[in-house]
Structures are given as structure tokens and as C-alpha cells.
Design a protein around this ligand. Structure first.
Ligand code: NAD
Length: 304
């Protein structure tokens, strides 16, 4: 099998001073990419900053003969990060939205600031970087975006209302970018990883952490970022060598008669049918839903 090369491709990886982002950076560089290693070098909760985080990764790449530049901007200044790419390498082809922080607290105790800050870094940060890269992607008819969600964004997790909301948002964001980017050869996908990093070190037991190296996540990120990848708007769960696709599933549903007989009591009575997945569909397009209901309207109502 020939190696997936990223020669002459410019990749921005946000939050690349440690954990997953660092590993991605080293891998992209090994495969010939010009890497913008972005990281403001703050704490896990998003406090402070230190240029060292990005510098260490850039030095490691350069020492191995690769091409990289450090960027210390906050992802909320996404335009500046893209500027670093353009100034040093002329353009940007790939954006890996990876930067993140945690401010965990039960919803009862979570302050508005804790909620907002986490949304800002994950979701608005991804927006800012992607927004600035988008005109380059369109003009060169090429772009790859990876958004980093989380199992918490798919399923929810105790103490992470802020994080889950941001991580779910990243999924919808990529799904829409996939549709809008389609005719410009811009592909946007989302991963929901689990990996060993400072985010998980204090939560998971060492024997589990041992299995969760970032090298088990990076291959999927690399493939989805490559020009060979045609998939877009998709979601993947990835951890410990396990790779799987996540998709939406809609129950067969029922169509009620929209007349006086359609009441809350009727919904309650037939709730089991709404929840029945025996005849489920896997919708991917918003427009699929409405013609399905409208075209089959008479038949469905007749059978209701
Ligand atoms: P990490 O803390 O090692 O990496 C996150 C990096 O983002 C840090 O280096 C940090 O300095 C940087 N960062 C934070 N705020 C920033 C900002 N405003 N601007 C620029 N950089 C900023 O943790 P990680 O586990 O490698 O996390 C990477 C991504 O993966 C995050 O988005 C995280 O939410 C996600 N994720 C991780 C796991 C896991 O199990 N580790 C699970 C699900 C999702």
C-alpha cells in the first residue's frame, strides 16, 4: 500500500502543544505536510499561556527534518492563526479543530462563565479558524476540516453540560459545512475520540490509559484529511484501536391526523409507536424528511 502523502499540503492543528494535537502534528509532518502548530499553552481549565507548548512540538518536527511553524494565538483569534499559515506557507488546505479545555461541574453548580467559556473555546474557536480558512478552501477548490467532538457530545456525560453542548454543536457545524463545501471539494468530518492526555489522566485508571495512546486516533484523522477521502459530513467514534461510524437513526414514526382528534392524549397513547425502531430510517439530508412525509401523506394518514 502506498503511503498517504501530505506533501505540499498546509495543515493547521489547533491545540497542538500536547495530547492528540501534538501527535497529529508529528504525523502530518512525517508525511510531508507544512504544519502550523497552534497552542496558547494554557492550563486544562483554560488559564494562562506559554509559548513553550507549541515551540517544543515545532522543534521536534524540525529536528526530524519536517516543516512547521508555531502559532500562539487563542483559537478565538482564528483569523490570526490562518494568517500564520498564509504568511509562512501561502495558504491552508486542512484545518484540525482540536483545541479544548474543561470546566466540569454538575449543572446545578455550573456558572454561566463556566458554560460560556467552554462553548467559546470549542465551538466559537472552531468557527473562527474555519471561517478564516473557508475563502482559501473555496478559491483553491480544496479543503479538509476535522472537528473534534466527544462521546460526551454524542451521549452526554455527568458534569459536562457545557462540554457536551459544545461538542454536539461541532457535529452540526461540520454536517452543514459538508453540504455547503461539497461543490468546492471541501470535506468536513467529526471525530469523537477517547485518548490518553491530561484531560483523561486523572479520570481513567492507568491500565485503561495505557491502551488509549493518541497513535490509536491519529490514523483516522490522517485518512479523513487526505485528498483520497471522499466522505464528508460523517461522525466517527475512535479509541484504543476501535473505529466506528456514528449516524442518525429515525424511528419509523407515525403520522397523526392533524384534526381535532390529534391531542396530547393521543400522543401519549401511541408513544410506543413513535419509539419503535423496527422500521427505522437513517436520514442524512434535511430535505429527505419532508418529501417523505408529504409525498406519502395520504397513504400514511389512511393507515394511521
Ligand atoms: P489536551 O489538553 O492535551 O489538548 C488540548 C490543547 O488545546 C492543549 O494543549 C491546550 O493548551 C490547547 N488549547 C486550549 N485552549 C486553547 C485556545 N483557546 N487556543 C489555542 N489552544 C488552546 O487534551 P486532548 O485530550 O489532546 O484534547 C484534544 C481534543 O480532543 C479536545 O478538543 C478534547 O476536548 C477532545 N477530546 C479528547 C478526549 C480524550 O479522551 N482525551 C475525548 C473526547 C474529546
Amino acid at each position: 500500500m502506498s503511503q498517504l502523502s501530505f506533501k505540499d499540503k498546509v495543515v493547521i492543528i489547533t491545540g497542538a502543544g500536547g495530547g492528540l494535537g501534538k501527535y497529529y502534528s508529528l504525523e502530518f509532518a512525517k508525511r510531508g505536510a507544512k504544519v502550523v502548530v497552534n497552542d496558547l499553552g494554557g492550563s486544562l481549565s483554560g488559564q494562562g499561556g506559554d509559548a513553550k507548548a507549541a515551540d517544543v512540538v515545532v522543534n521536534e518536527i524540525k529536528a526530524a527534518g519536517g516543516i512547521a511553524v508555531a502559532d500562539y494565538n487563542n483559537v478565538l483569534d482564528g483569523a490570526k492563526i490562518v494568517e500564520t499559515a498564509v504568511k509562512n506557507f501561502g495558504t491552508v488546505h486542512i484545518v484540525i479543530n482540536n483545541a479544548g479545555i474543561l470546566r466540569d461541574a454538575s449543572f446545578k453548580k455550573m456558572t454561566e462563565k463556566e458554560f460560556q467559556l467552554v462553548l467559546d473555546v470549542h465551538l466559537n474557536g472552531a468557527y473562527q479558524v474555519t471561517k478564516a480558512a473557508w475563502p482559501y478552501f473555496r478559491k483553491q477548490q480544496y479543503g479538509r476540516i476535522i472537528n473534534t467532538s466527544s462521546p460526551a457530545g454524542l451521549y452526554g456525560n455527568f458534569g459536562q453540560a457545557n462540554y457536551s453542548a459544545a461538542k454536539s454543536g461541532l457535529i452540526g457545524f461540520a454536517e452543514t459545512l459538508a453540504k455547503e463545501g461539497d461543490k468546492y471539494n471541501i470535506k468536513a468530518n467529526t471525530i469523537a475520540p477517547l485518548a490518553r492526555s491530561r484531560m483523561t489522566e486523572s479520570i481513567l485508571p492507568p491500565p485503561i490509559l495505557e491502551k488509549l495512546g493518541p497513535e490509536k486516533v491519529a490514523p483516522l484523522v490522517l485518512y479523513l484529511s487526505h485528498e483520497d477521502n471522499e466522505l464528508s459530513g460523517q461522525i466517527f467514534e475512535v479509541a484504543a484501536g476501535f473505529f466506528a461510524q456514528i449516524r442518525w437513526e429515525r424511528s419509523g414514526g407515525i403520522l397523526f391526523k392533524p384534526d381535532a382528534s390529534f391531542t396530547a392524549e393521543v400522543v401519549a397513547k401511541r408513544f410506543d409507536e413513535i419509539l419503535n425502531f423496527d422500521d427505522s430510517k437513517k436520514p442524512e439530508l434535511l430535505k429527505n424528511q419532508h418529501p417523505f412525509m408529504l409525498n406519502n401523506y395520504n397513504e400514511l394518514v389512511a393507515n394511521a
